[in-house]
Design a protein around this ligand. Structure first.
Ligand SMILES: C[S@@+](CC[C@H](N)C(=O)[O-])C[C@H]1O[C@@H](n2cnc3c(N)ncnc32)[C@H](O)[C@@H]1O
Length: 453
């Protein structure tokens, strides 16, 4: 009965077939998850969409991509239950099972998490390092590169220390891309030190893995020292699919066995990652998997975008005039400043002009002063045709979708502590006294944490 209910619920969400990820079988649920639908299932259609007057709202994407904790603020989950119960088979099982209502919600939640996984995988499977550079890295004004550099300084020093104790070590880079995170670490090591390290690169994007491997070989590493895993890191934390046995550790082993490196689980000294771990709606299972991969005493060092901009669609920013929580040192931005910075950064990513950004920021500031609420999607809708895009050449394949699993720093810390990580450091490294509220520097945090011995 349970398995059948799960199967039926997953089917309503379009998770039973190889259909394009944006399509949910049930049209009513589909409408709730895609209120700004554009048929973005092929690269060509995305490209056309970028030039159509509907742009950029259809770039919102599937709402299941939002941080799991924020999703109920955007999508009426109770309404989804009602829609599911319109299916007579589902209704019958729920009626005839003692905890039918609870089970329905449980499977609905798992299905939503799977939709997010499908959505993100779809996006990244069609991406290339070149596209990421053009669509994300360049408009972000070299900020990720600065964070990678700061992270590399600390990680390289830690590696050096271990090597001095004559230890060989393993480093896993999650979401390698074109190598922006791992390469500066290796560059900081001397040729002898470089020989003592084994590097595992993990990404869904094949091209990035190839490119990074080539560059690592160019830095003097041997082939045997580099392992590429063309895999989806979300698979490390998947909830159980109907009819399949599921075990996080088994899943990791399966991925790793493919590359004949069985002993890696529980044997990695450092996990690093840059601007990648936000591509997930529920990050608790992912952190649990990374925790298991690490050796006792092993460490994770990563950076990401930490902000409140997608907390809910309609926000009173004057209520967010307090610093973000959870930092261990340095300066913290105000929560409202993270919203200002994120929304104005997305205008750059969507290729709008500096003037458009100025207009957005001024209007948001005005709303804060008057204690009025602000809604970014509505603002885009109202200003369609009034704000100007800079028509730069549009990158091929998937342009950025702006509904993302970005979440505030404290939500990362909470889920990391839950699985056992001990936080060493959590801070916003790029903020100075001179940083303006709308500067992208306001968004970037670094977290360093340890798996206790
Ligand atoms: C913004 S890029 C950052 C790349 C690199 N760390 C850097 O800082 O230059 C994010 C990377 O994460 C990868 N990624 C996203 N979701 C992933 C997933 N579920 N599994 C594996 N890789 C993923 C993407 O393919 C992309 O290469």
């Amino acid at each position: 009965m349970k398995e059948q209910l799960k199967r039926l619920v997953f089917k309503e969400f379009g998770l039973h077939s190889k259909k394009p990820s944006w399509k949910t079988t049930n049209p009513e649920i589909h409408k709730m998850l895609h209120p700004y639908e554009g048929k973005l299932d092929t690269a060509k259609k995305r490209l056309e969409a970028l030039n159509s007057e509907k742009y950029p709202l259809i770039q919102a994407g599937d709402f299941s991509r939002l941080p799991w904790e924020f999703l109920p603020n955007w999508v009426d989950l109770g309404k989804i239950n009602e829609i599911l119960l319109k299916n007579p088979k589902i209704a019958k099982i729920v009626r005839n099972t003692s905890n039918g209502g609870t089970l329905l919600e449980k499977y609905r939640d798992e299905a939503l998490k799977w939709r997010a996984i499908k959505e993100y995988s779809h996006e990244w499977n069609t991406a290339t390092p070149e596209m990421i550079k053009k669509a994300v890295v360049e408009p972000a004004g070299g900020i990720p590169a600065k964070a990678n550099e700061l992270n590399a300084e600390v990680v390289a020093e830690k590696i050096r220390k271990k090597i001095r104790q004559n230890k060989e070590l393993k480093l896993l880079d999650v979401g390698t891309g074109g190598g922006g995170t791992v390469l500066p670490i290796v560059e900081k090591l001397n040729p002898n030190e470089r020989k003592k390290i084994k590097i595992i690169l993990l990404d869904v994007m094949k091209e990035g893995l190839k490119e990074t491997k080539r560059k690592l070989l160019g830095l003097g590493l041997d082939k045997e020292q580099i392992i590429t895993l063309n895999a989806n890191f979300l698979e490390l934390g998947l909830p159980k699919m109907p009819g399949k046995k599921f075990d996080v550790l088994e899943k990791i082993r399966r991925i790793l066995r493919r590359k004949k490196i069985k002993r890696l689980v529980g044997n990695v000294d450092f996990v690093v990652s840059g601007a990648a771990l936000h591509h997930v709606s529920d990050n608790a299972p992912l952190f649990s998997a990374l925790y298991r991969i690490l050796k006792p005493g092993g460490e994770i060092h990563f950076f990401d975008w930490g902000h409140y901009a997608r907390m809910k669609p309609e926000m009173n920013l004057s209520k967010l005039e307090e610093p973000v929580e959870g930092i261990t040192r340095g300066l913290a931005p105000l929560k409202s400043h993270t919203v200002l910075a994120m929304n104005s950064t997305w205008l750059s990513l969507l290729q709008y002009s500096a003037k458009a950004k100025e207009k957005l920021v001024n209007e948001m500031k005005e709303k804060i002063k008057r204690k009025e609420s602000f809604n970014f999607l509505k603002w885009l809708e109202e200003n369609r045709g009034r704000i100007q895009r800079e028509l730069k050449p549009i990158p091929k394949n998937a342009p950025p979708l702006f509904i993302e699993g970005h979440r505030p720093l404290k939500m990362y810390l909470k889920n990391m502590r839950k699985v056992g990580f001990k936080i060493i450091d959590a801070y916003y490294p790029l903020i100075t006294k001179k940083t303006k509220p709308s500067d992208v520097e306001n968004l970037l945090f670094l977290i360093r944490a340890k798996k206790p011995k």
